[in-house]
Design a protein around this ligand. Structure first.
Ligand code: GRF
Length: 192
C-alpha cells in the first residue's frame, strides 16, 4: 500500500509541522505531505514549510468560515488527501467540515484532554495549579478538542518551574509523540 497522502494545517510557528515534514522526508513517518496549509498568510510555519520544499497554501477566512472551509475541502478532495493533520491550527472547524472528513482529521493538544481544552491549554493548566499536565493526540470530532485519543503523555510541573519551562517541556513532548502516534496510526492502517 502506498504511503498515505496527508495535509498539515497550521496557524503559527509550525514547529510540530516542521518535525512531521522532516520525519516524512526521512521516511521515519510513512506518509507523504502533499501540502501545508494555513489560515494566516504570514504564518512563520508557512515560510518554514516552503523552505523545506513543501507546497504551501493559504486559506483566507476573510469571507467567512464557510468559504475558507470550502477551499480547504476542495484542496483535500483534489489532492486525494487521506488525513488532515492539525498542528497548531487555531480555527474551530465546523461540524459540517468534520462530518465530511469524519475520522480523517487528527489534532494535537497541549494538555491531558478532556482537561483544559481550548486555545490556552498550557496556561489554563498552569493557572489551575495542577501538578501534572501533558499532551494529547486525538481524532477530531464535532466538539472542540475532543474525540478518540490516539496517544497521551504526562508532563509534570516541577518545583521552581516557570510557565515557560513547562511550556518548553510540553512542546518537546509534542514533537516526540505526534510523529510516534501518527506512525502507529498510519502503520495500523497500512496493515488493514
Ligand atoms: C502546539 O502547542 C499545539 O499543541 C497547539 O498549538 C501549538 C502549536 O505550536 N495546538 P507549533 O506551531 O507547532 O510550534
Amino acid at each position: 500500500m502506498p504511503n498515505p497522502r496527508i495535509a498539515i494545517l497550521i496557524s503559527g510557528t509550525g514547529t510540530n509541522m516542521e518535525v512531521l515534514l522532516k520525519a516524512c522526508a526521512s521516511g521515519e513517518l510513512p506518509a507523504h505531505t502533499v501540502f501545508v496549509g494555513s489560515d494566516k498568510e504570514t504564518a512563520k510555519g508557512l515560510a518554514t514549510a516552503h523552505n523545506l520544499g513543501a507546497e504551501t497554501k493559504f486559506f483566507s477566512y476573510k469571507s467567512g468560515r464557510r468559504a475558507a472551509e470550502e477551499a480547504i475541502a476542495k484542496a483535500v478532495r483534489e489532492n486525494n488527501i487521506e488525513w488532515i493533520v492539525l498542528a497548531g491550527y487555531m480555527r474551530i472547524l465546523s461540524p459540517e467540515f468534520v462530518h465530511e472528513f469524519a475520522g480523517k482529521i487528527i489534532n494535537i493538544h497541549p494538555a491531558l484532554l478532556p482537561a483544559f481544552p481550548g486555545a490556552h491549554g498550557i496556561q489554563d493548566a498552569w493557572e489551575a495549579g495542577v501538578s501534572t499536565t501533558g499532551v494529547t493526540v486525538h481524532i477530531v470530532d464535532e466538539e472542540v478538542d475532543h474525540g478518540p485519543i490516539l496517544a497521551q503523555e504526562e508532563v509534570k510541573r516541577l518545583d521552581g518551574d516557570t510557565i515557560e519551562d513547562l511550556e518548553a517541556r510540553i512542546h518537546k513532548t509534542e514533537h516526540r509523540i505526534y510523529k510516534a502516534a501518527l506512525k502507529n496510526f498510519f502503520e495500523a492502517r497500512n496493515k488493514k
